[in-house]
Structure formats: C-alpha cells, structure tokens
Design a protein around this ligand. Structure first.
Ligand code: NAD
Length: 481
C-alpha cells in the first residue's frame, strides 16, 4: 500500500498534525494508499518554502536556457516512467488504460516540452511614448508564489498544464491535488525534483477543501489557478477578493452538440458517444446535450442507444475497457440522483439508468444512459452531471437549436455536426462556448487555448495564453535626457 507525504521545500514530510486520509481504487472500492492530509499549518509552511524558493539564487539566477532544460527533463522523465504513471492514474482515478496511456501521460509530457520552449522566448517590448527623452520598456515578470488547485478527473494533465507554464515563467508553486486522486501528482512532484527544479520551487500539499481554502486565503500567494466545480470557483473568487489575488478558473461544462439534418449520422453517433463517454463522462468538455434535427432524431437515438449498450464496462486496467468506474461512491450516488431526477421530471429512459452489479458491484460503475423527451428546463438538461448520461432533444430549425444550446449558464464547449461547409463555418460563432468542435470529439492540444465563458470560468490555459496568466507586465521608464 502506498503512503505519501507533503513536499515542503526539498523535504518530504508528514502533515504537521500527523493527519492522513485514504485514497480508494474506484474499480473495487478498496483502499490503495494513504496520503498526508494537509491543513492550514502545512499551507503556511509550503508558502514560506515557496517564497524562499522564488527568491533563491538557484531559481532567480537560473538562465532561461537552463530553466527550459529542466522543464524538458520533466517531460523526458514522464515518458521514461510512462507505464508506471499511467497505471497509477488508472488505479487511483479509474481511467481506462487507453485514456491514461494514450492521452493523460503523453499529453503531460507534451505540455512540459511545449512550455520548455517558452522559457527562452519571454520577450518584452519597447513602446513609443510622446514624452521627450524617455524610453518605456516592458518586461514579463513572474508573479511569485502561485497556488495550483486541481480536480480528480484528469489529475496529471491538469497539474501539468498549470505547473509547466508557471515554472517556465519563473514562479514558485504549490500544488494542491484533489483528495480523491493525489497519487500521480505526488509522482509528478518527485519527477520535478529529479529533473533539477530547485528546492522550494515546487511544493505539494495533499489534502481536501481545508487545504485548498487555506491556500486561497493566504496573503503570500499571488495567484490561484483553479480547475474544479463552479460552486467552489465562486467561493474562491469571494475569498480572493480580500487581497485582490489573481484568479484563473476552469470550471464546469454542459456541452451541447447540434446534429444538423445533413449530418453523417453514423459518424455523429461514433463521435458523440466518444465525446460523451470519454473518461466515463468525467470530463468538463463532455458532450451531454444532443440537439438533433427532428428528421434524423429517431435514427440517431436508435443507433446511439445500441452503440452505448455495446461498450465494454470494466476496470480501467482491462485493455478493452471503454467505460470505467466513476471516481467515488459519493459521485456514483450523485450521478444516479440525476438519472432519477430525469425520470421524475418526465424524461424517457432509452437505455442504462442503473449502477452495474455482478462482478463489478464493489466498484463505482454506472451504465451508459440515454434519455429522450428531455425538456430544456429539466435538471438533467441544466446541471453538469459529470457521468455517462446523454440527453437527446429534437429541434426543428437551426435558430431554435442555437437558442436552446445557449440556454444554460455554462460556456465551455459546443459541437456541430454537418456536411455543409457554410454551416460548419457560420454555426460555431453563434454558440456561446469558448471552444467549438466541428465533426469531431473533444481535443486538447498544448498549443491551443482551453477555458470557458460564463459559469465555465475565467481566463485561458495552454498555448501562449498561459504565459500571460503567470506573468505581470513590468514597465521601466528610462530617462535618456
Ligand atoms: P471540486 O470543485 O469539488 O474540487 C476541485 C479541487 O478544489 C480539489 O482539489 C478540492 O480539494 C479543492 N477544493 C474543494 N473545495 C475548496 C474550497 N472551498 N477552496 C479551495 N479549494 C477547494 O471539483 P471536483 O469534483 O474535484 O472536479 C470536478 C469539477 O471540475 C467538475 O465541475 C468539472 O467540470 C471541473 N473541471 C473543469 C475543467 C475545465 O477545464 N474547465 C477540467 C476538469 C474538471
């Protein structure tokens, strides 16, 4: 059984009060390890260590080239340990092996390599000013100590896409992974030290909401980058108002997929099912609401339900598993509660709708579930379920489909299925979402921004956008007179 500690400076230590908590294998409900359950005292220690790390010669004095090399080395170490890290992610999170092996681990390495290149390219500029004999030059400077709070659905990747740009730009960091899935982040912190990140530049406080709250409230933390639920995002904004701390928020989603009357229905069934059930629906960009032209809806529902029924449900460790467990017993109950609410509010269950029993009954498995007759104001059409639950809704014309697709508070992802070039170009701009996918499942690439509108959050991560998230513009006026 694994036992993990906090990383404060370069020391691995227990929580100050000795508290620990268990992490559970969602495929069978068994405890797989314990982790140090950090509190405000540990956050204080981590912030002090990070401040020292930020100001250290080892970090401040490190050349951009050397900093880039360290990030590149983290990427190499992730790849050298890929099999072990993917297995850890599958064990702790439940991710099907094809997801942890082909997406989570390679993407984390790719993100570090992408930002390694930025370390030597943080250029400033000189602005023409009208005051005589003055040179106004601007440089990008790091923020200082930044707190990185991550959720349980893609623990390694989301940690990587915060940590890599924060380090490339010269900040010192405190990672706070979700209490359900700390293990791959602990491993990532170990690899950072092995790669040559100086003491205090990467700190790790495992634990639950109490540790997260302490990090957000700490006056020594200059920015919180948070990925998680909208409710917690709102609480963070309120707390951060006290010292006007910078906040980046990647929150929930309720993606609408518009399937036009000219869509290739077979391709739409495959792509939408993958988009809906990627990591068992535990993805912020998961496709959840399917607006299908009335002329095609029967064909779509029949094919979607039949394809959903055919998917292999099982532990993530089994190579052919497509639908793994949900992350926890609590989350399983939450997803089931949404399905029951859908039935009570009058939606029609086409397939699924039950947790999986038999050999899988000790794990947190739920059947892929398809509803029709879903009204826009039903709870299942408005709230993020974060599980394998799909709602199909017919529409008659595109204006109606767009209005209904835009009818939630979220704005993370939208999807369009059409074979018409004009629709493919014009419809995305009418969908209120930060990212729109045309004729495909959700994609993430280090070079392309990710983030949300409305209740889906503030700011963008990935691409060059992250550089702005982790730097300030510093202006110097030089008297040339
Ligand atoms: P959560 O909000 O419950 O927890 C996220 C993290 O915040 C955890 O580390 C948790 O310990 C910490 N936390 C909890 N309460 C806190 C508080 N009051 N102050 C500070 N930290 C606190 O979310 P979750 O259940 O772990 O993750 C699922 C959510 O994450 C979903 O809503 C999903 O859409 C969202 N998500 C969004 C994106 C995106 O890019 N937009 C990506 C992945 C997940």
């Amino acid at each position: 059984m694994t036992t993990t500690q906090l990383l404060i400076g370069e020391e691995w230590v227990d929580a100050a009060d000795g508290a620990t908590a268990a992490t559970i294998n969602p495929a069978n409900g068994e405890v797989i390890g314990t982790f140090a359950d950090g509190s405000a005292t540990d956050v204080d220690a981590a912030v002090a260590a990070a401040q020292a790390g930020f100001e250290s010669d080892a970090w401040r004095g490190m050349s951009p080239d050397a900093r880039g090399k360290v990030l590149w080395r983290v990427a190499e170490l992730i790849e050298e340990n890929a099999v072990e890290i993917a297995a850890l992610e599958t064990l702790d999170q439940g991710q099907p092996t094809f997801v942890s092996t082909n997406i989570s681990v390679p993407l984390a390495a790719q993100v570090f390599r992408y930002y390694a290149g930025f370390a030597t390219k943080l250029e400033g500029k000189i602005s023409p000013v009208s005051i005589p004999d003055q040179l106004s030059l601007q440089q990008r400077s790091p923020l200082g100590v930044v707190g990185l709070i991550t959720p349980w659905n893609f623990p390694l990747d989301i940690a990587a896409w915060k940590l890599a740009p924060a380090l490339a730009t010269g900040n010192a960091t405190i990672l706070k992974p979700a209490e359900q899935t700390p293990l791959s982040t602990v491993r990532l912190a170990e690899l950072c030290l092995e790669a040559g990140v100086p003491a205090g530049v990467v700190n790790l406080v495992t634990g639950g909401p109490e540790a997260g709250r302490a990090l957000v409230a700490h006056p020594g933390v200059k920015k919180i980058s948070f990925t998680g639920s909208t409710a917690v995002g709102r609480e963070i904004v309120k707390t951060a108002a006290a010292d006007l701390k910078r906040v980046g928020l990647e929150l929930g989603g309720k993606a609408a997929s518009i399937i036009c009357d000219d869509a290739d229905i077979d391709a739409a069934v495959v792509g939408n099912l993958q988009g809906a059930l990627f990591n068992t629906g535990q993805a912020c960009g998961a496709f959840t609401r399917f607006f299908v032209h009335r002329a095609r809806v029967d064909e779509f529902v029949t094919k979607l339900a039949s394809a959903a029924d055919s998917l292999k449900i099982g532990p993530g460790q089994e190579a052919d598993t497509v639908v793994g467990p949900l992350v926890s017993a609590e989350h399983l109950d939450r997803v089931d509660g949404y399905v029951r609410s859908g039935e009570q509010q009058g939606a029609e269950l086409v397939t699924g709708g039950e947790r999986v029993g038999g050999a899988l009954e000790n794990g947190f498995f739920y059947q892929p579930t398809v509803f029709t007759e879903v009204e826009d104001d039903m709870t299942i059409a408005q709230e993020e379920i974060f599980g394998p639950v799909l709602s199909v809704m017919p529409y008659d014309d595109l204006d109606e489909a767009v209005a209904r697709a835009n009818g939630t508070s979220y704005g993370l992802v939208g999807v369009v299925w059409t074979q018409d070039l004009k629709t493919a170009h014009t419809l995305p701009s009418r969908i209120e979402a930060a990212t729109v996918f045309v004729n495909q499942l959700p994609l993430i690439d280090p070079g392309s921004p990710w983030g949300g509108l409305g209740a889906s959050g503030w700011g963008r991560e990935l691409g060059s956008y992250s550089i702005e998230e982790y730097t300030e513009t510093k202006t110097t006026f030089i008297n040339l007179g």
